[in-house]
Design a protein around this ligand. Sequence first.
Ligand code: FE2
Length: 217
Amino acid sequence: MAMATKNATRSRSSSQRKSGRGGAPRKTRGSARQQDVIALIKADHSSVNQLFRRYQGLGDRAMRSRRQIADRLIKELSIHAAVEEQILYPNARAALPKGERLVKEAIKEHQSLKEALAALEKSRPDSDAFDDLMTEIRDEVRHHVKEEESPSGILPQLRKHASREELLQMAKLARTAKKVAPTRPHPKAPAAPPGNLVVGAAAGMVDKVRDKVTRRE
Ligand SMILES: [Fe+2]
């Protein structure tokens, strides 16, 4: 974890930080650079939900599209889990009053999700198992999103306990982590620092080579 968290619990003066009024320096509006880690994680959640909707809309015979959407889901969810484990959770653990419990639960759920993703990767799109796994993964992701975004969940709690600067800094780290994150599930790899930083980056490189060889998107 590269981010300092010792000041993460200090209260922030939201009215001062939000508006930028009263002589604050001019800011670029809507720039990706201003996206904080909460917006970044929520954007991931909605992108994945969109993929589930696309999958549901497919006909029974659209085997190629089923495989393509599943592969995309595997990739997006693998990257998402790695970024949460490398950046979001260590900070949540340190900064939130119930951080330890929230993160422990989230990591347990990630493990089950990675196992299902690994099984999906090996399944044929014309098998019953494929559909069952897609349903299982969709339900697990819905549960994950609900937990993280609920008022007592990690994201709203971070909004409350971390400063704007810290949330922006975490987003910057998350964007960097995404570039080297594994694109495939590795259920046997460690999910917490320091192991996940080293193994995650190495697995990310191997995955990218495999993605190229298999011409996966
Ligand atoms: Fe998440």
